[in-house]
Ligand binder design. Structure first.
Ligand code: NAD
Ligand code: UGA
Length: 325
């Protein structure tokens, strides 16, 4: 576990970034969160509620598109950067490709340039399973072709390529972590588990895009965070990419059945047409992360969904993230 290190987390007010920050703050690291608190969804303040009270956590409102601001934050003897900020979401990228591109590609390039101007020892880049595109075989290892379908996947792959280029050209110690559909308390309100839970608890029918036989390697947030922290401690990661999934998959139909069982509310889903940009299956081969990072995800989908539903039920409505209108 990292301890007493000087750390910057971009996107630290988001779903994954805020959980990562909580774990690092708990272990006496000196943590700066850097986030523009954009309105992709609301109530990011609730994500960082507990962090605001911590002496070893500073919250900075700033944009990764502002290179001068990044240079100035990194001047402050930051040792490790977790670059988590992005415009996430496959479906939103189909609607808003320029926003996705500028945040994810130009934003990451800015981060790399800022790191190059600094004394940062290691940069961890949040990437995505969507860099793979349609699976040629399952489970997907890191040598699988990268042929993204969505503009989002293309942007995350471009960001990874810039990271690798900066490693090759300037020796920047950077690695990319390919997260697989992460869920848990405070999950983004545009994602399936969040939407389905909200609908089922209101006794409303959830909408399934396509026939529901598509599968995802749903990964519980605590497992993702443990992999992210392990990647900062591990050696031999420079220029590399790692899958961080659970290593199992579940169909959207089975997900709905599990949520019905967990909540005790029986509803019938509505089926509609497939979403553009959606891939049929994701399923991570996590051998590389196990061997090099010591990554060992623990939480089953049943246990993780229970934690999500418990969180949802026990959270005051004004602290549940809301989708942007
Ligand atoms: P999130 O939207 O909750 O968090 C992203 C944060 O980045 C937000 O707080 C947002 O305000 C901030 N941000 C956006 N643009 C910014 C900018 N220009 N400057 C500064 N801050 C900015 O999303 P998340 O689900 O926590 O995803 C975090 C990262 O993980 C992203 O890089 C995403 O692409 C990647 N990822 C997420 C998943 C998932 O299942 N959640 C899966 C694969 C990859
Ligand atoms: C998720 C994140 O949103 C991306 O940011 C991330 O990069 C990606 O995981 C990843 O793993 O790389 P996605 O798998 O589309 O993308 O996540 P969900 O929103 O949880 O969707 C899972 C499945 O449920 C998809 O097939 C989607 O089409 C389906 N879905 C979603 C529905 O059928 N109905 C809904 O209302 C929402």
């Amino acid at each position: 576990m990292l301890e007493e290190r000087r750390i910057l987390i971009t996107g630290g007010a988001g779903f994954i970034g805020s959980h990562l920050a909580e774990e690092l703050v708990e272990h006496n690291n000196i943590v700066k969160l850097y986030d523009n608190f954009n309105d992709f969804y609301f109530n990011k303040e609730a994500n960082i509620k507990s962090l605001k009270e911590k002496k070893n956590c500073e919250i900075i409102k700033g944009d990764i598109l502002d290179l001068e601001a990044l240079n100035s934050v990194l001047k402050d003897d930051i040792e490790i950067v977790f670059h988590i900020a992005a415009q996430p979401g496959v479906r939103v990228s189909v609607q808003a490709p320029f926003k996705t591109h500028s945040t994810n590609v130009t934003g990451t390039l800015n981060m790399l340039v800022a790191v190059q101007n600094s004394n940062v020892e290691k940069l961890i880049n949040a990437s995505s399973s969507s860099v793979y595109g349609p699976p040629k075989y399952l489970p997907i290892d890191e040598n699988h072709p990268t042929d993204p379908v969505s503009p989002y996947g293309a942007s995350k792959l471009a960001a990874e390529k810039y990271c690798k280029s900066f490693y090759r050209v300037y020796g920047i110690n950077v690695c990319s972590l390919r997260f697989f559909t992460v869920y848990g308390p405070r999950q983004r309100p545009d994602m399936a588990i969040h939407i389905f839970t909200q609908k089922i608890l209101r006794n409303e029918p959830p909408t399934i895009f396509g026939d529901g036989n598509q599968t995802r390697d749903f990964t519980f947030i605590n497992d993702t965070v443990s992999g992210v922290i392990a990647s900062a401690e591990a050696k031999n990661t420079a220029g590399e990419a790692f899958n961080l999934g659970k290593g199992e998959r579940c169909s959207v139909n089975d997900l709905i059945s599990l949520l019905i069982k967990t909540t005790g509310n029986a509803v019938k889903p509505i089926f509609t047409k497939e979403m553009k940009g959606d891939v049929s299956h994701t399923w991570a081969d996590i051998t590389k992360a196990k061997n090099i990072l010591g990554y060992n995800p623990q939480i089953s989908i049943e246990a993780g969904l229970k934690k999500f539903v418990d969180w949802y039920r026990s959270t005051p409505p004004n602290e549940i993230p809301k989708a942007s209108p």
